[in-house]
Design a protein around this ligand. Sequence first.
Ligand SMILES: C[S@@+](CC[C@H](N)C(=O)[O-])C[C@H]1O[C@@H](n2cnc3c(N)ncnc32)[C@H](O)[C@@H]1O
Length: 446
Amino acid sequence: MSQVRYAPPTEVPGLAARRIAADILDGVLHKHRTLDDQLEGAAAHPGLKTLSDRDRALMRRLVATILRRLGTLGHILSRLLDRGVPTDAPRAQSALLIGAAQILWMDVPDHAAVDLSVRMVQSDRRAAKYAGLVNAVLRRCAREGQPLIDEVAAQTLDIPPWLMARWTAHYGETATKEMAVALSHEPSLDLTVKSEADAWATRLHGEVLPTGSVRTLLQGSVTMLPGFDDGQWWVQDAAAALPTRLFGDLKGKRIVDLCAAPGGKTAQLVQGGAQVTAIDRSPNRVARLRENLARLSLEAETVVVDGTEYPGEGFDGVLLDAPCSSTGTIRRHPDVAWLKQDSDIVMLTALQRRLLQKAASILKPGGTLVYCTCSLEPEEGEQAIADLLAKDSSMRRAPADASEVAGLAEIVTPDGDLRTLPSHLPHADPRLGGLDGFYAARLIKS
Ligand SMILES: C[S@@+](CC[C@H](N)C(=O)[O-])C[C@H]1O[C@@H](n2cnc3c(N)ncnc32)[C@H](O)[C@@H]1O
């Protein structure tokens, strides 16, 4: 007798990726969890393992797009919803954001975006009653969304007001608006290559930037790209690759990298010929740094220790890539804009100053300190260095020259520090332009 087999209901393709995107979005917006925490490591979303590489990449892009355009999305949805976004069913809210972002900025057919969002609310007890509303609003979004984007294009809705106020005060209104525009674009993938930049650019369908980084628009998992397994390159924003240049010739120098993980700059220092001690206080992050160096076949001594307590001394150079608010990396980590606040900056500036004093103290006379942060906030950059110079008369600034950074004069400040902005390196295709916001200064110990 033939047996009737139970056939589990098959889920519509792509729905799991949208559900996980909704959970992760909820994690950022309502539970104060970073994207990195939810995407990698022990606390990552358990459902990620069930997604194909393609769906995982799509889900990441989707969440990043929503966070990058959150202000604009809020404006559009408020115009399309007579009574505002439903507040009694979080899944309805995320289904609207997810549907609208795909319709407006992603290469997903409108009907599929609408259908998946409707299914998402239908399968949620509290949100199910909003299925009709979600369907109607997203269909209207497909018809009327673009003019609604145009309506607010000149505004800066996607940057939270606290950051707009800070940046306007420091950089002025025009530069801040340019940064906001640059931050609204999806960023490229930047790679630091060990050698043969032109050949890698060709293989990876990218281009070589004036600074030597390879920039490509390839998407998906980097681990699948040629050259990853062979350790021929590592992922590093082109701006992040600049501070180590300030050491000049690295061959044979003893350098300590005081906040090293996950190791992008350590790799540059080792590749440049330095003998490197890479320190970080996070054991998990040091484990990642070791994995990264092993893949690249590069060697450094690694130590898990709080940098403020590191007992070594007499180094030719210290790199201090200090923990910071990371507001310069919003292009790649758009959650930062919505998770960080002024009080974080206050707390971090105290740690940066302690680490800077330590960095200066472990240099040998004549040694070089390079301090950098991926922050656009002056307290974490220019002011940190001004404070150290005021306190420690043994340290003096050694101004950088544009020739040390591929002739990019616009990133060298009048004091001779480096200051990159998201609006730098403009390109006819905005996805190929831009830099993370970085600050770097070079000091010498007398
Ligand atoms: C900006 S990240 C460093 C990025 C790294 N230099 C690179 O290029 O890949 C800052 C690092 O500082 C570490 N950190 C934070 N506080 C620290 C401390 N007191 N001592 C040592 N490391 C610390 C964090 O764990 C984090 O890995």
